[in-house]
Every structure is written in C-alpha cells, then in structure tokens.
Design a protein around this ligand. Structure first.
Ligand code: MG
Length: 164
C-alpha cells in the first residue's frame, strides 16, 4: 500500500519545501505562547497533520494545479494567466487551504490568516516574484497557502495538546 504521507512529503520536497521548513513556521505561530518552543517540538505535529487523508488529498490537488500552471497545461487562457500571476482576487488557493485548517478548528484558521498575511519563512520564499509579477521558478499559487495551512494546523494541534 502506498504511504500517502511519504508521497506528500516527497511532493513537497520536489517543490522546495521540507518538514523542517513547515515546523519553523508553526514554531513562529506559537512563539508568543511558548517562547522556548523548538523546531523539534513541532515536527511531530507537522507529521500528524501530514498523516490526515484530507490533508494529503489537498496537498496532491494543490501541487498538481501548480505543476499544470508551470507547464501551461490549462485550457482556459484567462484562468492560466490568473494562476501564473497569483491574481490577488482569485482566492481559490486560500479556500482549498481552509480544507486543511477545518480539520484542526478555529485556531488553525486564525493562524492561517495570520501567516498568509505575514508571509514568514518558507511561505514568504514561495511567494517571491519577479518585478513583472511572474514567478522566478515554479508557480506556487496554491503551494504557499497549503504550506501555511499545514503550519497553522500543526500550531493549533500543539496548542490544544498543551492545555492544562
Ligand atoms: Mg496563494
């Protein structure tokens, strides 16, 4: 049987994102509440999030769309242009990311909104564009939101595990 978590970790790695990168974002999101939190403390939460079937299917879908945009393999030229330029009003990338946050509740959703604006760490790296609005490498229109949502969810899971 295929290990979908390993499959997704490989898909993410092929797009330049490691579990450690995501854990660093999750640490950042919780650092105000747990100042001594380390990357190692958060890796378990990230791995747990990556183990959820809903999360795995969302990662696979998001990366497939970004890769189709890389290849120009989208029939509708208007949609292709929006995907390639990460049009600010498109918003479907964020909505897909909610499907990850929804598994982990309101703390995940609010954390996602925060890191989506703040663009800490790898989320910011994935968002870097050329002056003309194009991406220097891969198109990461969906990936940045997915990575932010995984980090936000890992942070939420950690927060809930620490109460009492
Ligand atoms: Mg995006």
């Amino acid at each position: 049987m295929i290990d979908l978590r390993e499959h997704c970790i490989q898909l993410l790695a092929n797009r330049g994102v490691s579990v450690a990168d995501i854990a660093d974002c999750a640490v950042y999101l919780q650092s105000a509440y747990f100042p001594n939190l380390k990357r190692e403390d958060m890796v378990e939460s990230v791995m747990d999030v990556l183990g959820k079937r809903e999360v795995q299917y969302t990662i696979m879908t998001a990366i497939a769309i970004d890769k189709a945009a890389d290849r120009g393999d989208i029939d509708d030229p208007i949609l292709l242009n929006m995907l390639r330029e990460d049009d600010g009003l498109y918003g479907v990338d964020e909505v897909l990311a909610y499907s990850i946050c929804n598994v982990y509740g309101s703390i995940a959703l609010t954390n996602f909104g925060y890191i989506d604006k703040d663009k800490f760490g790898i989320v910011g790296e994935l968002n870097k564009k050329n002056p003309d609005g194009s991406y220097p490498g891969n198109h990461n229109t969906f990936l940045d939101d997915i990575v932010g949502a995984i980090a936000a969810s890992a942070a939420a899971r950690y927060a809930h595990s620490q109460e009492n």
